[in-house]
Design a protein around this ligand. Structure first.
Ligand code: SF4
Length: 92
C-alpha cells in the first residue's frame, strides 16, 4: 500500500500542526489504493472520517481540500475526483 501522498503532510502539517493524520502510517485518506476492493475502500474511508471527526483542524482541512480539488478524504468529507467534486459521505 502507498502512504498518503507526502505532499499533503509536507505541505499542510506546518499549517495544521494538530492534524490527527499527521503521524498516520496507513493511507486511510487516499482516494484509491491500487488493488483494493470497493468494500475495503469504503471501510478505509470510514476509518479516516472517524479520525477526522476528532480532529481540531477539520474545518480548515475541508477548505484546503476544496481549494485543491484533490480526491480523497479532507476534513471528514470524501471528495471523489476533480470533475465529480463534492460531498459524498460526511463523517458520522
Ligand atoms: S480533518 Fe482529517 S484529513 Fe484533515 S487534518 Fe484532520 S485528520 Fe487529517
Amino acid at each position: 500500500m502507498e502512504r498518503r501522498p507526502s505532499w499533503f503532510l509536507e505541505g499542510l502539517v506546518p499549517e495544521l500542526p494538530e492534524a490527527r493524520c499527521a503521524e498516520a502510517t496507513e493511507p486511510l485518506w487516499d482516494d484509491t489504493v491500487h488493488g483494493e476492493s470497493a468494500e475495503r475502500q469504503r471501510a478505509r474511508h470510514h476509518a479516516a472520517q472517524r479520525i477526522c471527526a476528532q480532529c481540531p483542524v477539520q474545518q480548515r482541512c475541508y477548505q484546503v481540500g476544496a481549494e485543491l480539488q484533490a480526491p480523497g478524504v479532507w476534513g471528514g468529507v470524501l471528495f471523489e475526483d476533480a470533475t465529480a467534486y463534492g460531498k459524498r459521505e460526511a463523517a458520522a
